[in-house]
Design a protein around this ligand. Structure first.
Ligand code: GLU
Length: 248
């Protein structure tokens, strides 16, 4: 028979972002995985009761509103446009959009130096939207995932990749890419990562917000940041840890 709390909970993460959400065989690691596991724990779920679901950038709002996942922790920036479709608890990290280029490239130093260059990003991301809005002269090529972009960068199919510095530093420190790529290191946006959940579910949003607050105050947040982002040398910018308070 069913035991109390024995049901699995479906949680959306990225599967291909080292340090944040990474699937290797049946192992899941990263800050987003740790944040999600902490939240699930406060909801009475053991790690074994979490079913990890891949939520690519362009799919997130739909996967929440259709109920395919209960919540999403996937480098998911809180924005007004998204708030029209989903609600967010958070923020739990503040990152910034940056550029990843080949290690020997000295010509690309910021988004204003990208005119005529091939820039890879991901459909449905704030990263791609920012380029479309502010740098229309750039040859933007959208893929489904950032890992596809890094592969294209190394094989010279594109000249740069843009998304959050937190994500880019993870790729730059991977064995297969070490010495081949570098983060430009001049973030040009603020990305406030939130936990996405069903629009208007204020009771659940409050539960998640309380879990995030507890994660910061009991030291688990700092531990998770150090363990997951530390190896890539990523240090969260000023303003971290944020006070998770938004439930909108
Ligand atoms: N944080 C940005 C966003 O939510 C870029 C990273 C991503 O696509 O997951 O769109």
């Amino acid at each position: 028979g069913a035991s109390a709390g024995g049901e699995k909970i479906k949680v959306g993460i990225k599967f291909d972002q080292p340090g944040l959400g990474l699937k290797q065989g049946d192992k899941y690691t990263g800050l987003d995985v740790d944040v999600a596991t902490y939240i699930a724990g406060k909801l009475g779920k053991t790690p074994a009761q979490i079913e990890w679901v891949q939520t690519q950038s362009a799919q997130r709002e739909d996967m929440i509103s259709s109920g395919q996942v209960k919540f999403i922790v996937a480098t998911y920036s809180i924005t007004d446009a998204r708030k029209a479709k989903v609600s967010f608890a958070g923020p739990y990290l503040i990152a910034g959009q940056d550029l990843l280029v080949r290690a020997d490239d000295t010509s690309i130093t910021g988004p204003e130096t990208l005119a005529g260059k091939k820039l890879c990003s991901v459909a449905g991301s704030t990263s791609a939207q920012k380029i479309k809005d502010k740098y229309p002269a750039v040859d933007l090529q959208n893929m489904s995932t950032y890992s596809e972009c890094v592969a294209a960068l190394v094989s010279k199919g594109v000249d740069a990749l843009t998304t959050d510095d937190s994500i880019l530093s993870g790729y730059a420190s991977q064995d297969q890419y070490k010495g081949k790529v570098k983060v430009v290191g001049k973030p040009f946006t603020q990305e406030r990562y939130g936990v996405g959940l069903k629009k208007g579910d204020t009771a659940f949003c409050t539960q998640v917000t309380d879990a995030l607050k507890a994660m910061v105050s009991d030291g688990s947040w700092q531990k998770a940041v150090d363990a997951n982002l530390g190896p890539a040398g990523y240090k969260p910018q000023t303003g971290n840890p944020p006070a998770p308070d938004a439930c909108a």
